[in-house]
Structures are given as structure tokens and as C-alpha cells.
Design a protein. Structure first.
Length: 286
């Protein structure tokens, strides 16, 4: 039975969560049907669909009353001129938060990685109040650990939020958070994790992303399928319980969760609301 402190921490994390979605044709309707207005959604950038798909969905979500955080994949943007157009477009509709990954595409122009684009944003007067970048609790399949560590350090002057990449191991997350803070990186942190993803639906979503993109996705997330394929292999609730002692430490500066929905928005929201209700009942009976 979880204690009151853990229950409070789980509620805080769940209430401070945002959902990551992919800009597919059906996702807008799924969001409207299942997610209350005002929730924060990040919109990924897909080489197969282009930046316009990301920006168009972000605009429509804002129009529906959601908080949208578009991914500005650096390698998909040709340079300062295109970045300026994107900034102007997003600022015109009130978007004040972006997420800047390098992206899986080959560079379309001047940006070899996210740091290059981040530096241009800073040179443009930091037009967004919130700028998120990726952290890697586990080793990246194509980037050496020392490179990811150095990159995070280099980005600290340009970003406001660190978002951990997908990870299923609570101990790995705990160790990584401690290492991040020991290096002097003090920006707020969001813990990246999947919701209650079903293996068959995850495989279907990987297929929808596109053949080449699915290959990259699978290469980067082999543990996703290994964990989900095992009976009882991954429980988001147990994961949260096991990281709670770390996230509730003030020095960790964990602000909330970044939930990878794989476009299973209704299922993720139902799980979150059901768990919040049980945590509320636990608090009242304690």
C-alpha cells in the first residue's frame, strides 16, 4: 500500500503532465473526443510528413483551446530564414513554448543539430518563453554518451526545460536525474514515459509513421517492444511509484510528466483520470 507522501507525489506528476502526439490524419478528432480543452500537447515533427504537418496541427489545437508545443526538428529546417517564418507564424497565434530536437532526418540546410537552431533562437531575441530539449537516461543508439552529456551542457543557456527520452527502467531514471543535477544542469525536468500502451497498437502506430521512420523508431526503442511484449512487463503506475522518491526531492526539480501516447490519447487520458481518482480516494481515506 503506498503512503500518503507517494500518493501526493503521483497526483502532482499526473496533474502536471503533457501528451505527445504524432500529426496523423485522425489525431485531431481523437484529441477533441477525449481530452479536456486547456491540456498541453506536444506535436512531433516527422520527416515523412514535413514541418507543415506539425505546424498546421499545432495551429488547429490552439484554435480548439489546447496548449500546443510544436517540435521544431532542427534538421528539417533549412536555416535562419525558414526559422524566422516559423517563429512569426507561431507567435502570431500565441504559441510561446516549443520543443527542439535534432530530428532523424538528414540536414535540410544549415542545422546539423538542435544546438545550431537553439543558438539562432537566442540570437533572434529568444522569442519563446519555454524551450525544451531532450535528455537521454539510456544510451542513444547512434550517439556516444559523452556527446549527449556535452550537448546537454552546451544547451543549458538556450533551453528552459529538459525532457527525458523514453525509458522503462526506474533505476536508470533515478541515476540519470542525479547525474544531471550533479553536473550543474538546473533547468526544470519533465520525465518522459509511455502511458498504458498496448503492444499491437504500438506496432500499428510504428507502421503508420512510415517504413523508413519506423525503422529508426524501432532502432531507438527496442526495449519498448521487449517490455510491452512480456506479460506484466511494464506498468506505468509501478514506474511512477518507483521514481516518486526521486521526483519529490526538491533538488531533482522535476516539474511533471511528458507522456508518449503514440496517439492512444483516449486510453492515456482514461488511465490518468482513473489513477487520479484512486489517488484522491486514498488521500481521503488516509
Amino acid at each position: 500500500m503506498r503512503n500518503k507522501s507517494t500518493a501526493r507525489e503521483l497526483r502532482r506528476l499526473l496533474e502536471s503532465s503533457r501528451y505527445e502526439v504524432l500529426p496523423t490524419a485522425s489525431i485531431e478528432d481523437k484529441i477533441l473526443e477525449s481530452l479536456p480543452r486547456g491540456h498541453t500537447l506536444t506535436v512531433t515533427a516527422s520527416p515523412g510528413k514535413g514541418m507543415d504537418a506539425t505546424l498546421d496541427l499545432a495551429e488547429r489545437l490552439v484554435g480548439h483551446g489546447y496548449q500546443a508545443v510544436p517540435h521544431l526538428a532542427a534538421r528539417m529546417i533549412s536555416g535562419r530564414a525558414e526559422l524566422t517564418e516559423i517563429v512569426d507564424r507561431l507567435r502570431a497565434i500565441g504559441i510561446d513554448s516549443v520543443f527542439v530536437p535534432a530530428g532523424d532526418a538528414d540536414p535540410a540546410g544549415d542545422y546539423a543539430g538542435s544546438l545550431d537552431l537553439l543558438q539562432d533562437l537566442t540570437a533572434m531575441g529568444s522569442p519563446f518563453h519555454h524551450v525544451g530539449v531532450t535528455g537521454y537516461p539510456e544510451s542513444h543508439p547512434t550517439i556516444a554518451d559523452d556527446v549527449t552529456v556535452q550537448a546537454m551542457w552546451d544547451k543549458r543557456h538556450h533551453a528552459t526545460t529538459l525532457v527525458s527520452n523514453l525509458c522503462f527502467d526506474p533505476q536508470v531514471v533515478r541515476t540519470w536525474v542525479q547525474r544531471v543535477r550533479s553536473r550543474g544542469a538546473v533547468m526544470p525536468l519533465l520525465i518522459g514515459m509511455p502511458g498504458p500502451v498496448e503492444r499491437t497498437k504500438l506496432l500499428a502506430m510504428a507502421t503508420k509513421i512510415g517504413v523508413s521512420e519506423s525503422t529508426r523508431f524501432l532502432a531507438k526503442n527496442k526495449s519498448v517492444f521487449a517490455r510491452i511484449a512480456m506479460p506484466g512487463g511494464f506498468s506505468p503506475e509501478k514506474f511512477l511509484e518507483r521514481i516518486a522518491p526521486t521526483t519529490q526531492e526538491p533538488a531533482s526539480h522535476v516539474e511533471g510528466l511528458h507522456l508518449f501516447t503514440f496517439n492512444q490519447v483516449a486510453e492515456t487520458e482514461a488511465w490518468r483520470q482513473e489513477l487520479l481518482a484512486r489517488l484522491g480516494a486514498t488521500a481521503h481515506s488516509a
